[in-house]
Design a binder for this molecule. Structure first.
Ligand SMILES: *[C@@H]1O[C@H](CO)[C@@H](O)[C@H](O)[C@H]1NC(C)=O
Ligand SMILES: *[C@@H]1O[C@H](CO)[C@@H](O)[C@H](O)[C@H]1NC(C)=O
Ligand SMILES: *[C@@H]1O[C@H](CO)[C@@H](O)[C@H](O)[C@H]1NC(C)=O
Length: 661
């Protein structure tokens, strides 16, 4: 009895220590949700904080950066709690408390909602990143794609798919190694601050009705959810069930097994009938398999015409026929733009009302294949525009025998600034709607489709491509970021990741050298699909042989990749997860960024450092057979130091008991 009292006093004393402004009697403001042991507690220090608690244990503390009030929480008729500063209010609702099946964990889920953010204000709620103790995952796709993501830096960063930083996919979702997740609703005009200015070691969410969101509204929403499970895996499983969704089917199996061959990185826009024939012939002559040959930019008479330029492709029907005869399927690069110099189709789309306009009625925008204000974007938030675009593509397929398409772009920054869009179901007009509507429209072309942007489209059975990588090794959009982008996409709920061209895109006339090309291929082997454009026969015979060996290794494991696709459809689990997925409490595994899992049974640890011929490898708990030497079995957790990996070697490990399918 006495011990309990002492403990209670101690708890109170610690609390008092934190609170310098208020007296101890006013700080113990804990508000219990009915029929639960979950509390919201207000802490009045230099800034107002709220702390979510389960009994006496703290679940998460959040600092209200610019919300000042001396009010208490008020219980509402629905059992939620409301905190008001006189003009606006925050409502806390307990959504879930208890064991949730499929997660194997007790889950606490609280919704934090402001429904009345006044124009001109920008409320901001901050989470401590606690970098020395915990790791953070998910968040946006980035060029400098640090992982775990607590190292990323953002300043008043509008959070929606955009060209800047290669932000193609980024759900409003973060997860940490303590088992906490944050999910922000799409109705929120979200900005984030992370590790910059006053927000060092913090991740802050804020909302304001400003561009690139609709700046005309007089009041906006700022709604997010905090979930807690016993660890990151349990929390993520709940987030998948509740917010992210899971795929309803999986993409084409032949793309998993055999490489895509794209004209893009190798030939750039200098393609024509002869180039495509030569490319196809070289692939066949060098003894490589294919899933398809992709005709990339530049094939149209003008951008948006969806008609082949006859000076380059005198008879595309015949070309496609002949290339198919050689054993290929043929796909075509497509973008969602119409350049103004494509006069006929531009006029048609404008008159039909199928272009995105700004509020002055101007459709002008630009992209990487136009001058400033010389292009327009099709309005995929309009069903009639979707249908019109789809029909024109179907015609292209029927006339020329094109099997499927690579759909580029889709990010919000390609729209005219301050666009007029059709209202979504939730009646919030957000540029996010345009991303999802584009991706859903093009997904109707089936299992061979690839896109490179996404927004709430995890359910679609299509590949999502990582945005163009550069032919570099490092964090500057180089090889290491191939792995970190893979992990990020998987934890955003997009498991059918299509890595971009092997060796990077070779932009600025810097193609990959042999070493970078081969290390890139190795890193790609245990990812869902291989996509070549640079080719090994421009190097030497050794490069061809090593490329053949790893292409074969990938094909050998295709059944296991497809098995993981099926698992993703059934359970929403990642295909390529970070190592901690099989050891959620393992502190070392939580911090690893240069190894990854395929399913639960394969660990890939590619060499991603220039000049390196060995590397250190961490294996979490379990028994792991060395993929390069079946006689060696490691028992994790273990560090293998200086694992030898000359240029023909990819370190990988297979769980004892592994089954291919
Ligand atoms: C954040 O950016 C938006 C859009 O540019 C702007 O309206 C807002 O004032 C900025 N907030 C801060 C704190 O700088
Ligand atoms: C193009 O090729 C197709 C298929 O071989 C053929 O039927 C057609 O006549 C050709 N068109 C022209 C204009 O030569
Ligand atoms: C490619 O694989 C074959 C068969 O396993 C092997 O004998 C050969 O040494 C490999 N080539 C290279 C360059 O590693």
């Amino acid at each position: 009895m006495k011990a309990t009292i002492t403990l209670a006093l101690l708890v109170l004393a610690t609390t008092c220590y934190w609170e310098v402004v208020q007296t101890c009697s006013s700080i113990e403001q804990r508000y219990k949700f009915t029929n639960s042991d979950i509390y919201v507690r207000l802490r009045r220090g230099a800034k107002l904080q709220y702390e979510l608690m389960k009994g006496t244990s703290s679940l998460q503390t959040v600092t209200l950066d610019n919300f000042v009030t001396s009010s208490d929480l008020e219980l509402t008729s629905t059992g939620s709690y409301k905190l008001s500063d006189g003009t606006s209010s925050i409502e806390f609702t307990l959504v879930q408390s208890g064991v949730v099946s499929g997660t194997g964990s007790d889950i606490t889920h609280i919704k934090v909602a402001r429904n009345d953010v006044a124009a001109g204000s920008q409320p901001r709620d901050c989470f401590t990143l606690d970098q020395s103790e915990i790791h953070w995952f998910s968040g946006p796709e980035q060029k400098a794609h640090y992982w775990p993501v607590e190292r990323q830096q953002h300043s008043n960063y509008s959070y929606l798919p955009k060209e800047l930083d290669n932000f193609g996919v980024g759900e409003r979702y973060w997860l940490n190694s303590n088992g906490v997740f944050i999910f922000v609703e799409s109705n929120t005009p979200l900005f984030i601050d992370q590790n910059t200015g006053d927000y060092k070691n913090k991740l802050c969410l804020s909302a304001t009705a400003a561009l690139p969101y609709d700046s005309r509204v007089t009041s906006s929403k700022f709604v997010y959810h905090i979930g807690l499970g016993k660890n990151a895996k349990a929390a993520h499983k709940y987030a998948v069930k509740t917010f992210l969704g899971q795929p309803t089917g999986y993409p084409d199996e032949r793309i998993v097994q055999y490489p895509i061959w794209s004209t893009w990185a190798l030939y750039s826009r200098d393609i024509d009938d002869a180039v495509v024939r030569e490319f196809a012939q070289n692939i066949v002559d060098n003894g490589f398999e294919n899933s398809q040959l992709e005709i990339d930019d530049d094939w149209e008479i003008c951008y948006g015409a969806l008609t082949f330029r006859e000076s380059k492709f005198p008879n595309i029907t015949k070309l496609v026929e002949d290339v198919k005869e050689m054993g290929f399927r043929v796909t075509l690069w497509i973008h969602p733009f119409i350049n103004k110099d494509c006069v006929d189709i531009y006029q048609e789309a404008l008159e039909l009302g199928y272009l995105v306009l700004d509020h002055a009625g101007d459709p002008s925008t630009q992209w990487w294949n136009s001058e400033t204000a010389a292009a327009t974007a099709i309005d995929f938030t309009k069903p009639e525009a979707q249908e019109w675009f789809t029909k024109r593509l179907v015609r292209l397929q029927k006339e020329h025998g094109i099997d499927s398409f690579k759909f580029d772009a889709g990010e919000t920054s390609w729209l005219p600034p301050d666009p007029v869009l059709q209202a979504s179901e939730s009646d919030i007009i957000s540029p996010l709607q345009a991303v999802g509507d584009y991706v859903r429209t093009v997904a109707s072309f089936g299992a061979m489709v690839e896109v490179r942007s996404g927004q709430g489209t995890q359910d679609l059975p299509i590949f999502v491509r990582i945005v163009d990588k550069d032919s570099e090794w490092g964090w500057n959009n180089g090889l290491v970021t191939l792995i970190t982008s893979l992990l990020q996409m998987n934890l955003n709920g997009y498991p059918f990741v299509l890595p971009d061209m092997i060796g990077g895109n070779g932009y600025d006339d810097s193609p990959p050298n042999k070493e970078l090309f081969l290390r890139w291929l190795q890193a790609n082997v245990f990812m869902p699909a291989l996509q070549f454009s640079f080719v090994p026969w421009t190097f030497d015979d050794e490069a061809i042989e090593i490329t053949k060996n790893f292409t074969a290794l990938h094909a050998e494991y295709a059944p296991y990749i497809i098995k993981q696709f099926k698992r993703a459809v059934e359970t929403g689990e990642p295909v390529n997860a970070p190592l901690w997925w099989v050891a959620p409490e393992d502190k070392v595994a939580q911090g690893i960024y240069d190894e990854f899992l395929l399913g639960d049974d394969i660990i890939a640890a590619p060499v991603i450092i220039e000049g390196a011929t060995k590397r250190d490898i961490y294996l979490p708990e379990g028994q792991w057979t060395d993929g390069n030497n079946a006689d060696t079995v490691y028992t994790g957790p273990i560090w293998i130091m200086d694992y030898s990996a000359p240029l023909n070697t990819l370190p990988y490990f297979i769980r004892v008991g592994f089954e291919m399918d």
